[in-house]
Design a protein around this ligand. Structure first.
Ligand SMILES: Cc1cc2nc3c(=O)[nH]c(=O)nc-3n(C[C@H](O)[C@H](O)[C@H](O)COP(=O)(O)OP(=O)(O)OC[C@H]3O[C@@H](n4cnc5c(N)ncnc54)[C@H](O)[C@@H]3O)c2cc1C
Length: 499
């Protein structure tokens, strides 16, 4: 793409109609859309994905957990204060370039209750989803494992079988995928192909250090390039800055720019532009519950392609499988620590998340108050009893899947000839009706779907038009604005909203 250039080649000072911070899942479709009518600068701290071809290949998806974070590659790791290792994208296309590729729309209820949209807007929503889907979404063909998973969801009562479906309907479905039939990823970066190229400039390897203000009006950004040189970009009259740096990056940048709790910012000697107590608050993440099974037969690697949506959309179930050996650091817990030494041939995770998390946490700057390093975040997994109660119910449900005929058919025999299932890591509690044993199991096996959100919520930090409350010319649009993550997986809806 000709309009993508290393930031070091950009002028020291420039002017645009719109400046978008973060060339991620939301930032790319936003830039493509706005460029049709306006001049746009999109600023991304990572490089182009072509520099890291492994991110484009589904079979190398697990690299996300194995490749070291050298501060430059696409895999930006962080460990929350809860002690759970986590990850975010640092590449043009953002987390859509390192994620599991599941593409699934939101529940229409999400637009009404979370976004305050009226019926009328739904036509626009539909068109915006389609704009994304015609470019980067594929109908996956199921390999043996995903086929089996689909059967045992249906046999386990997650009905009806809705076949291939992008919608968020109760039942079991083959979801959309941003991996094509050859396993090539088509992330948000490809939506830049829809831009008006003469109106768009994309600066990569450019870290926005802070938003610049004149009084309470945002008027530009200060960013550094890979050589440490500082650049400024300003907006023209009527222009705007839109922060799409993700649920970790957006609250971080607002705090660095002086929008946050006054006493906190003052304690860090940061100039205060606006006292805003909600920035960095209400950080939420979904703990994944479930188990890992080992099989003596080979299973080719497969990211998740089938989704089970329970009655009332209380739970979402997904599964991935891989051949051993794996060398995933234990903290990630996709597969438990002893997985690598197993003599079995394949592993499969059966997991679920519940649709609403009650536990919330917060985000603050680290001591260097530097945009290039991770802020400190805490999600307080299972601190709210409602989440434990939901997990207990969810574990019972996934436990029930083990009683299905499909699982019965693929059980293996132990030395005494009994049919068994081999759990890897912590097995499911023997008595699933024991609330406290199952609750303990939930707390001991926190793994993730990486659907963390919050930090700049609608109604608290931004208004219904995503404008930052209390200042002019500044919006935030990305996962940080969500109080609930849409549907089973958020990518589809973030891209749709950007459009
Ligand atoms: C391992 C993993 C698997 C997942 N699997 C799925 C899945 O299968 N399906 C699904 O729908 N969702 C999945 N998700 C979640 C989904 O990918 C994210 O919720 C979504 O991509 C977030 O989009 P965003 O626009 O909010 O942020 P991002 O896409 O992360 O974009 C933020 C961008 O801002 C840039 N940035 C941050 N700070 C700055 C700064 N100061 N200056 C310049 N640039 C900056 C970042 O580099 C990044 O590119 C997964 C996530 C992960 C990590």
């Amino acid at each position: 793409m000709k309009f993508v250039q290393d930031a070091s080649e950009f002028p020291i000072k420039e002017e645009y109609d719109y400046i978008i911070v973060g060339g991620g899942t939301t930032g790319c479709p936003l830039a493509a859309t706005l460029s049709k009518k306006f001049s746009v600068l999109l600023i991304e701290r990572g490089s182009e994905p072509s520099k890291y071809p492994s991110v484009l290949n589904e079979q190398q998806l697990l690299n996300v957990f194995t490749v070291e974070d050298d501060g430059k590659n696409p895999f930006n790791r962080f460990i929350s204060e809860d002690g759970v290792e986590n990850i975010r994208g640092r590449v043009l296309g953002g987390s859509s370039m390192i994620n599991g590729g599941v593409y699934s729309r939101a529940d229409p209820e999400f637009f009404r209750t979370q976004l305050g949209m009226q019926e009328l807007d739904m036509e626009m929503v539909e068109k915006a989803y389609e704009w994304v889907e015609e470019a980067i979404v594929f109908k996956p063909s199921l390999n043996l494992w995903q086929g089996a998973f689909r059967r045992f969801l249906v046999e386990g009562g997650v009905e009806p079988d809705n076949g291939f479906d992008l919608r968020d309907d109760v039942g079991t479905k083959i979801s959309g995928s941003i991996f094509d039939e050859n396993g090539t990823r088509h992330g948000a970066v490809e939506l830049l192909n829809k831009a008006q190229p003469t109106n768009l400039k994309v600066a990569v390897q450019a870290i926005v250090q802070r938003i610049l203000f004149s009084g309470l009006s945002a008027n530009g950004v200060l960013y550094s390039d890979s050589k440490g040189k500082l650049h400024t970009a300003y907006i023209r009259k009527e222009g705007e800055i839109i922060v799409s740096a993700g649920a970790i990056g957006s609250p971080q940048l607002l705090l660095l720019s002086g929008i946050g709790p006054k006493s906190y910012l003052s304690s860090l000697q940061l100039p205060v532009v606006l006292h805003q107590p909600h920035v960095g608050q209400s950080m939420m993440d979904y703990p994944r519950f479930g188990y890992v099974l080992a099989w003596p037969f080979p299973l080719s690697f497969t990211s998740s392609k089938v989704i089970g949506i329970s009655q009332n959309k209380t739970f979402y179930f997904q599964s991935i499988a891989s051949t051993t050996p794996l060398s995933i650091p234990p903290l990630f817990s996709i597969f438990p620590p002893n997985s690598t030494s197993l003599t079995t041939t394949s592993l499969a995770t059966i997991g679920g998340k519940f649709s609403k998390v009650a536990s919330t946490g917060s985000l603050r700057l680290n001591s260097s108050a530097d945009a290039a390093s991770n802020p400190i975040v805490r999600f307080n997994y299972y601190s709210h009893p409602a989440d434990v109660a939901m997990c207990v119910k969810g574990v019972r449900k996934v436990g029930g899947f083990l009683k299905t005929q499909t699982v019965e058919n693929i059980k293996t025999r132990d030395l005494e000839g009994n049919k068994t299932i081999q759990f890897v890591g912590l097995p499911l509690p023997g008595n699933l009706s024991d609330d406290s044993a199952v609750g303990e199991f939930c707390k001991k096996t926190v793994t993730l779907y990486w659907h963390y959100h919050g930090g700049c919520l609608v109604g608290k930090v931004v208004d219904g038009n995503y404008s930052v409350i209390g200042v002019k010319n500044l919006r935030v649009l990305d996962g940080s604005t969500f109080a609930v993550s849409p549907g089973s997986n958020p990518t589809a809806t973030l891209m749709m909203l950007a459009r």
